[in-house]
Write a protein that binds this ligand. Structure first.
Ligand code: MCA
Ligand code: AMP
Length: 500
């Protein structure tokens, strides 16, 4: 089943490879030059930057990065809270052919060290001085995220000439091994990803997105920011999510779009001013399942029928409910333009192909061999089922993954750290249902001596980002294992070991 016409405006067709835009810079440049005076980015400190200012300020930063000796193909780690400076540094890197490693600001020393040792970037750019200290010595250059990027200016390097297959981003995502691997997304992948959304969601230059998602994961970055730039539209940047502020700003900024994870919608729906969502042209939810009950609560409170979509770091967006036509609660909708999707095996795994799908993980032939089928389809690790009209539902996961508040937590990574505690003999980490977070991280522990949750969380400390910390601890006498010794996690529930 491939990219559905339901997503296209009447009479529209879609062939991402025939778009004639080889690189992100080329795609964005079209819009910058068509309307240089239109506002594009709002940051609480700077106010509005126009399209022309974004083009010019990103070129100026590229000149500084080139003067520091950075050259096309070099990798650069970027880790910062949302700001115009972060966006301009990101655009500068991509325009001059550098490969960006967007990195979560919650990562502690271990998590940062892994990314730096694996990807060996030529420079790391961070906003927080304490985190710059942490990575000093682990990257050849550590730069401050300010307009000068710690360096003098110089001649402007060649801009917007990256080839379509040149890497643009490496997004780190874990896996069953617990050792995060870098998904390499090319310029063509990112162009296809942004273009599909522009068409499917009828994104135009008149749209204004309230962008409170972090800019170090694909939801905020590849969907929110890149989509805005591709459409020549505008975005209001937030450092963190505050429902009060978002609901008030819908009117203040004349916003038309909001994208969020289900936890954000849960908090918006509970707010006395939730009705303000009615003013938006489109609300999109993703990164985790939006419960049908929450979909209904939002509709009751505001009349908004949230549009749910499904994607991954490795593929950008894959499937979406239609903009026109039925938005079906509990379903992620139909394949986006340019995406081919099939269900294979029993239970049925979602497998995909398309110009948006990455070519592989950074220096991980082992992982690539597992991630793709022999005939070239990417195995998402998500289990799906289609109804008679072709709408896809995600019914489970073949991969071990907990999604808490839209952040992915790989149990193996947490178990490895907990096992280092001297009181812990054995441990299994699972996700437990939570109305607010979707799932919460909980640990079932076989302890050599009694241990309290708080002590365990202190021990985990900055070995793991706070969103990966266990929220509950259940002592058990032994973990249930099958004949091969594998822990039967489905038998761990409500703090107990269920009988077989
Ligand atoms: C914060 N905390 C969390 C989470 N976020 N704990 C578990 N799960 C989380 N997601 C911790 C904080 O460290 C703090 O811990 C405590 O919870 C209270 O924080 P609070 O102020 O309530 O949280 P918040 O700062 O308001 O954050 C909630 C949030 C945030 C806004 C929902 O989690 C968020 O921005 N989520 C979006 C993540 C995202 O962009 N995912 C996309 C990746 P303590 O009490 O210990 O100090 S997936 C993706 O990109 C693919 C392509 C896709 O399909 O989209
Ligand atoms: P990430 O590795 O952070 O890119 O997360 C991708 C994973 O998030 C997917 O493989 C899915 O398991 C999950 N995901 C994203 N969107 C949805 C959704 N709408 N419903 C359920 N799961 C989702």
């Amino acid at each position: 089943m491939s990219g559905s016409p339901a997503h296209l405006p009447p009479g529209g067709s879609f062939d991402p490879t025939a778009e004639g835009c080889a690189s992100l810079g080329e795609l964005w440049g079209r819009a910058w030059r068509t309307r240089p005076d239109r506002p594009q980015l709002h940051d609480p400190e700077r106010g509005w930057l126009s399209c022309g200012e974004v083009e010019q300020a990103s070129a100026e930063r590229a000149a500084r990065l080139a003067r520091l000796g950075l050259a096309p193909g070099d990798r650069v780690l970027l880790s910062a809270e949302s700001s115009a400076d972060l966006v301009l540094a990101h655009i500068a890197c991509l325009r001059m052919g550098l490969v960006v490693l967007p990195t979560n600001t919650a990562y502690g020393e271990r998590e940062l060290a892994h990314v730096l040792q694996d990807a060996r970037p030529a420079a790391a750019i961070l906003d927080d001085p304490a985190r710059r200290e942490l990575v000093a010595g682990l990257a050849p250059r550590v730069l401050r995220l300010d307009p000068a990027l710690d360096g003098p200016t110089g001649p402007t390097p060649d801009l917007d000439v990256a080839r379509p297959d040149a890497p643009a981003l490496i997004g780190y995502t874990s896996g069953t091994t617990g050792r995060p691997k870098g998904a390499v997304l090319s310029h063509a992948n990112c162009v296809a990803g942004a273009e599909a959304l522009r068409r499917a969601w009828r994104w135009t230059a008149d749209d204004r997105l309230l962008l409170a998602l972090p800019l170090f994961h694909m939801h905020g970055l590849g969907v929110g920011l890149h989509g805005t730039l591709a459409a020549g539209a505008s975005a209001v940047l937030y450092r963190g999510f505050r429902p009060d502020e978002i609901l008030a700003d819908i009117e203040r900024f004349g916003a038309t779009l909001f994208f969020g994870v289900p936890t954000m919608y849960h908090r918006l729906a509970a707010h006395p001013d939730a009705a303000a969502l009615a003013r938006l042209r489109l609300c999109v939810s993703g990164s985790a399942a939006l419960p049908a009950s929450l979909h209904a609560t939002i509709e009751r409170a505001s009349g908004q029928r949230v549009l749910e979509r499904y994607g991954m770091t490795e593929t950008l967006m894959l499937v979406s409910n239609p903009y026109e036509g039925e938005r079906r609660p509990g379903s992620v909708g139909l394949p986006l333009p340019g995406v081919e999707l099939r269900l294979a095996g029993d239970p049925a795994e979602i497998q995909v192909r398309g110009a948006n799908v990455f070519a592989g993980y950074w220096e991980r032939p082992d992982a690539n061999a597992e991630a793709f089928t022999a005939d070239g389809w990417f195995r998402t690790g998500d289990l799906g089922e289609r109804d008679d009209d072709g709408y896809l539902r995600i019914v489970g996961r073949a991969k071990e993954l907990v999604i808490s508040g839209g952040y992915n937590v790989y149990p193996r990574e947490v178990e490895d750290v907990l096992r280092e505690h001297p009181a812990i003999e054995d441990v299994a980490v699972v996700g437990e249902p939570s109305a607010e977070w979707g799932e919460r991280v909980v640990a079932y522990v076989v302890a050599r001596e009694p241990i309290a949750l708080e002590a365990l969380r202190r021990f985990v400390g900055d070995r793991l980002a706070p969103y990966k910390h266990p929220r509950a601890l259940h002592p058990v006498a032994a973990l249930p294992r099958n004949a091969l010794g594998k822990v039967q996690k489905h038998r761990l529930s409500d703090g107990r070991v269920l009988p077989e």
